[in-house]
Design a protein around this ligand. Sequence first.
Ligand SMILES: [Zn+2]
Length: 197
Amino acid sequence: MKIFKVGDTQKAMCEECKSIQNATFSLRDVPFSDGIGTVKNVLVGVCNTCEKAILTPQQSAPAIKRQLDKRRKSIETRVPAHMIDILNLASSELGATPDFSFYLMKYYFHELSNDEKAVTSLAKYLENDLAKGAADKRISLKGTLIDWELKFIKDYSHLTRTTDVIKAIVLKINDDILVRPKPRRINQLKGLASTFL
Ligand SMILES: [Zn+2]
């Protein structure tokens, strides 16, 4: 690995200038791509023309990863075994392997946290007979926004227990994909699933 010093230069593609530019390495606060938070004082190559950070050297990766890990939160809960089967079946319906279940849940977390109306009707899924059963399988979700998304969903659904939120989302997935397939949602998810093949 080549180690760069402050002041070193290298050519790099600048998306802003839409051309190859000279970049000078310097210490900057770089915002995360989702706009939430920044990595402070990290070495990046800055475009000499437009001043945008356009190059992240390998040596800066551990510092960035540390900041990202700090933001990653996780949610863990237990659900009845058939809930995992539902997620696996839904993934299969989307042309993906069971590994996709995790992303499917994250997708719904994210979608719901932007959709007050859908969240308010989430509790009704718990009236389904499938909401019952001994909680003997573990579900764990990780993500930088997962805490915040969970809080939003709890606030608007009036579900106070994390496990109820997870169960309701699994049963919504069951409904959307397997029971009463929603073509638009399914197409969107197939597109997403294809990127994990
Ligand atoms: Zn530029």
